[in-house]
Each structure stands twice: as structure tokens, then as C-alpha cells.
Design a protein around this ligand. Structure first.
Ligand SMILES: *[C@@H]1O[C@H](CO)[C@@H](O)[C@H](O)[C@H]1NC(C)=O
Ligand SMILES: *[C@@H]1O[C@H](CO)[C@@H](O)[C@H](O)[C@H]1NC(C)=O
Ligand SMILES: [Ca+2]
Ligand SMILES: [Ca+2]
Ligand SMILES: [Ca+2]
Length: 309
């Protein structure tokens, strides 16, 4: 029933124009979608979050885009927003995250800028007036992400344009196995940015689904020097060291599945405070700060707009 409703919604969404995701605003003038992130972040985090959302840290690349971006900065924002224009690869060589050099980007500087204060200013902000200033990349500012429309952009049955998400009809959830390893915290960020969360195992069936997903991702298909028989999922000790709860605050038993692999959790050397799953579908405690593959879970309607429903 849920699936039928969802397909109907998808058809309606298609009739009313292409959607990217409901937290982004469609701006026809720039043939794309823009999101204002109100919680300030440093430049590196801002860049990464836009990337993980399937977009780019926005820069005023054209007058139209500048106007669109300014239009989404709330009145009262006096500090400005980070742009994607940076010189973090080579100091002084400013390019947008799309690789466009500063000289090709129409720009007006704010008073007394750029000044490269203390030789530490490799990121550019844009004021609400649309003027640029160089600032430290370690500053924290709001920012905007921009997704340019591309041909063949289709929202799939998982409610995302990310075709690595696949629906499992046994659980009604969509899953994505991330082969690019990240720390548990970054893995959490990636799943959240995709409109989901680190996978929560609610049944034997879902543990079986995890096994099957793992089997489709042999170690040989993952690039890099990391342990490939374990993946981060959505439980954690919440820094209490001993009690394991899902990222939604349930005990593993309440969530519906609590099978640790034999001998686990073993806290083998300190730091195994994050939840993971072995290829055999059983749990392990694992080092939070090391990088491993991870599995996200997403409800098919998590990025659908209210007005689609
Ligand atoms: C893990 O080991 C560290 C030190 O060896 C200890 O501080 C921590 O409490 C242990 N955690 C658990 C859950 O046993
Ligand atoms: C303890 O867990 C770690 C992974 O979290 C694993 O590498 C190690 O083999 C385990 N040790 C034992 C004795 O099971
Ligand atoms: Ca400056
Ligand atoms: Ca689940
Ligand atoms: Ca362990």
C-alpha cells in the first residue's frame, strides 16, 4: 500500500516538474536547486556537506546565480556566507569548487578586501550585498549548496537521484553500501546528507538483507588500505562505554536485533565505541576514528516535499 502511494506521488511529482530534494528550492532562473544551510560550518565541512547532499558549495559564478543566492540569504545575516571559491590547494590560486578561476567569475570586493590577513585567508565569503571578502577557512559561516540541473536526472523509487540506493521489499527501506571508507562520525554525516541514517537493524530479516548487501561488495571492489569485512552502522555507546543504543535511542533489543558476533563486543584496544556489522550479519564494536565502509538506510519518502503529499 505504501509503495502504491509512493509510486502515485512519484508520478504526480513528475507531472509537476522535476524534483531534486525537498530541502532544496528550485530556482528556474539558474536551472537548478539551492539550499541555504543556516547552521554555520567551517569551509571544509560546508564543502563536504554540499558534496554529500549531491550538490556543490555554491559560488556566485554568474550574475543570475549571484542574484539567486542573495535571494536565499535571510535578512539580518550580516556576516555573509561561505562561497565555494577557495585557494586551499595552492595559496593564492582561487578557484570555485567546480574549478572555475576567480578571474572568470564576476566579482566586487567588500571594502578593504581582499587583504589576506596574516597570510591565512584562503576562502571567500559573500556578503548579503553580493560582495566578496577573503577569510580564514576555519571561520564558521552559513553557506548555500547548489545543484545544477543535468539531463537524465531522475528521482528513483528510493526518492533520490542517487541510484546506489536500492529498495528492499522485505523491509520497505532503501539501502546504500558506501565503499568509500569514513570514520563513524563522517559516515553518520554522509547518511544524514543523503536523507537517511546509518542503518538500524530491526529484525533477523534486515540482518539478512545486510549480509546480502555485503556480499555484493567484495573487498576487491573497495579501494584503499582498510579492513573490508566490517561496516559501520547505526548504533553507538553514546560515550557511556558499555551500553549500546541505536542512533534513535533504542536498546538493540527494542530495535529488534541484538546479535553480536562471538567474542564481541571486545573493546579490543580502547576506542571501540562505535557500532558495526560483520559480513555474517552480526554486530561488532569498532574503532570510531578509523575508516571503514558503512551502510545507510533511507525511507523512500524522506526527501519528498510536504506539498507532494
Ligand atoms: C574500553 O577500554 C578502555 C581502556 O582500555 C576503557 O577505558 C573503556 O571503559 C573500555 N570500554 C568498555 C565498554 O569496556
Ligand atoms: C575484537 O574486535 C576487533 C574488531 O572490532 C577484531 O579485530 C578482533 O579480532 C576481536 N578480537 C577478538 C579476540 O575477537
Ligand atoms: Ca580578508
Ligand atoms: Ca531498519
Ligand atoms: Ca570489536
Amino acid at each position: 500500500m505504501k509503495a502504491v502511494v509512493f509510486y502515485l506521488l512519484t508520478i504526480i511529482a513528475c507531472l509537476y516538474g522535476k524534483r531534486f530534494r525537498c530541502d532544496y528550492k528550485h530556482v528556474p532562473a539558474v536551472d537548478g536547486w539551492i539550499k541555504y544551510h543556516e547552521v554555520p560550518a567551517n569551509w571544509r565541512e560546508a564543502r563536504l556537506r554540499c558534496h554529500l547532499e549531491g550538490a556543490k558549495l555554491a559560488s556566485p559564478l554568474t550574475e543570475e546565480l549571484k542574484t539567486a543566492l542573495r535571494g536565499l540569504i535571510p535578512a539580518g545575516d550580516d556576516c555573509g556566507v561561505f562561497t565555494g571559491i577557495h585557494a586551499t590547494f595552492s595559496r593564492g590560486d582561487f578557484h570555485s569548487v567546480e574549478g572555475i578561476p576567480l578571474w572568470k567569475i564576476p566579482h566586487v570586493w567588500a571594502a578593504n578586501e581582499p587583504n589576506n590577513d596574516k597570510d591565512e585567508e584562503s576562502c571567500l565569503l559573500m556578503t548579503s550585498q553580493g560582495e566578496l571578502a577573503d577569510v580564514s577557512c576555519a571561520e564558521t559561516l552559513p553557506y548555500l549548496c547548489y545543484k545544477k540541473n543535468t539531463p537524465n536526472m531522475v528521482v528513483n523509487s528510493c526518492g533520490t537521484i542517487d541510484n546506489y540506493y536500492t529498495m528492499d521489499h522485505r523491509t520497505g527501506s532503501c539501502y546504500k553500501f558506501h565503499r568509500v571508507p569514513r570514520t563513524w562520525s563522517r559516515a553518520y554525516m554522509a547518511c544524514a546528507a543523503e536523507g537517511g541514517h546509518l542503518a538500524i537493524i530491526n529484525s533477523e530479516t534486515e540482518a539478512q538483507v545486510m549480509k546480502e548487501i555485503f556480499a555484493k561488495n567484495p573487498g576487491g571492489k573497495m579501494l584503499g588500505n582498510f579492513w573490508k569485512d566490517v561496516a559501520f552502522i547505526g548504533f553507538h555507546d553514546w560515550n557511556e562505554h558499555g551500553e549500546w543504543l541505536t542512533i534513535e535511542g533504542q536498546t538493540l533489543e527494542e530495535a529488534g536485533y541484538a546479535k553480536f558476533s562471538g567474542g564481541e563486543p571486545n573493546n579490543s584496544t580502547t576506542g571501540e565505541f562505535c557500532g558495526s556489522i560483520y559480513r555474517n550479519g552480526m554486530f561488532d564494536d569498532l574503532w570510531c576514528e578509523n575508516k571503514y565502509a558503512f551502510i545507510c538506510e533511507k525511507s523512500p519518502d524522506s526527501l519528498l516535499c510536504e506539498d507532494d503529499q
